[in-house]
Design a protein around this ligand. Structure first.
Ligand code: HXC
Ligand code: NAP
Length: 291
């Protein structure tokens, strides 16, 4: 298993990157790696105390600069404030990583209208708010930039029991591909990553509560028979944000050990057939020749 840093040390030198939901989980892991590669970092979410603790840890580990800003991505004015504070602190901003999300499992018919829209507002409207505010700025400044959106593989397959999240992530994926074309002329690249299972406290508490964590062990669904390492995601995110990916635009890259395809191929379930049985099946399929 490869869990070492991938890019050369100065790969993000001088870049300023804003990560929504950057105080915890995958946002924190990606941010830490961006800092190690020389970036200035802005991390935002609703809980300033969490962000400040993460920022202090990150600065201590890397010697880099981290600005922690409270911002609910559902509120456009708060997003504009993040942009203003970022420019004040670092003079410019190069990349936006739309990572903030809300999610929980539930049969859809049990959801209130407010529960459904809460997820849509955080995931879809939040990503739209940030992309719009930062995009307007980059276009008026004539500055090349990049947006990276964290979606999921069920953004393209759909998934039962997380329907608001699937709708919202599907919307973010549509925005990714649409703006890649529309804003390409401004030098703004827009890409997405679709992670499979990467254990985090935030996701596991809401998606695998209680005994579900054992009963529905994600690694059994993955052809590679393991979950993702945070550094593996950080490597991909850093590459997509870096200038090495300068010609990648409008792409969504799955990093899931083959999980979503496992559920897609009609015969994938034949994995369960023991070796001994294949001999007799072969005889039968061979004898079917000419019939
Ligand atoms: C049913 C629920 C619910 C639940 C909340 N609600 N939790 N309904 N089942 N488990 C309802 C509430 O009753 C309310 O509706 C509405 O949703 C809003 O709830 P609030 O608690 O007021 O919302 P808020 O404080 O904004 O919190 C948002 C949240 C919370 C999404 C509910 O869980 C949160 O803050 N999450 C952030 C982090 C997160 O979710 N991380 C996981 C991302 S994982 P009513 O009608 O009562 O007002 C991910 C991975 C995908 O996306 C793929 C994995 C493989
Ligand atoms: P996480 O730690 O819970 O991260 C979600 C972050 O979003 C939190 O830091 C949270 O901080 C922030 N957030 C939530 N609502 C917000 C709001 N209204 N405004 C601003 N920030 C808000 O979970 P994670 O697993 O790292 O998830 C990170 C991303 O990866 C998400 O986009 C998720 O959908 C995606 N993903 C994860 C997995 C996985 O297996 N873990 C798989 C596929 C995709 P506050 O509570 O402080 O606001």
């Amino acid at each position: 298993m490869y869990n070492q840093p991938m890019l050369r040390d100065d790969a993000l030198q001088g870049k300023t990157i804003v990560i929504t939901g950057g105080g915890t989980g995958l946002g924190k892991a990606m941010g830490l790696y961006f800092l190690k590669l020389g970036a200035n970092l802005v991390i935002t979410s609703r809980k300033l105390d969490v962000l400040q603790k993460t920022a202090a840890e990150m600065e201590q580990e890397t010697g880099g600069k981290v600005l922690a800003l409270a911002c609910d991505v559902r509120d456009y004015q708060q997003v504009e404030q993040v942009l203003a504070e970022t420019l004040k602190a670092f003079g410019k901003v190069d990349s936006l990583l739309n990572n903030a999300a809300g999610n929980f499992i539930s049969p859809t018919e049990r959801l209130s209208a407010n529960a459904f829209s809460t997820i849509i507002d955080i995931v879809l409207k939040g990503s739209v708010n940030c992309t719009l505010a930062f995009g307007k700025h980059w276009i008026s400044e004539k500055q090349p930039a990049s947006v990276l959106n964290i979606v999921t593989t069920y953004a393209f397959t759909g998934s039962a029991y997380v329907v608001p999240s699937a709708c919202a992530k599907g919307g973010v994926l549509a925005m990714t591909r649409s703006l890649a074309v529309e804003w390409g002329k401004y030098g703004i690249r827009t890409n997405a990553i679709a992670p499979g299972p990467f254990p985090t406290k935030g996701a596991w508490e809401r998606l695998l509560p209680g005994e579900l964590a054992e009963k529905f062990d994600f690694k059994n669904r993955v052809p590679l028979k393991r979950v993702g390492e945070h550094q593996e995601l950080a490597n991909l995110a850093a590459f997509l944000i870096s200038d090495f990916a300068g010609y990648i635009n409008g792409e969504v890259i799955s990093i899931d050990g083959g999980e979503w395809l496992q559920g897609a191929g009609q015969f994938n379930g034949l994995e369960a057939i023991p070796d001994e049985l294949w001999d007799s099946f072969e005889q039968m399929t061979r004898s079917a020749k000419g019939s």
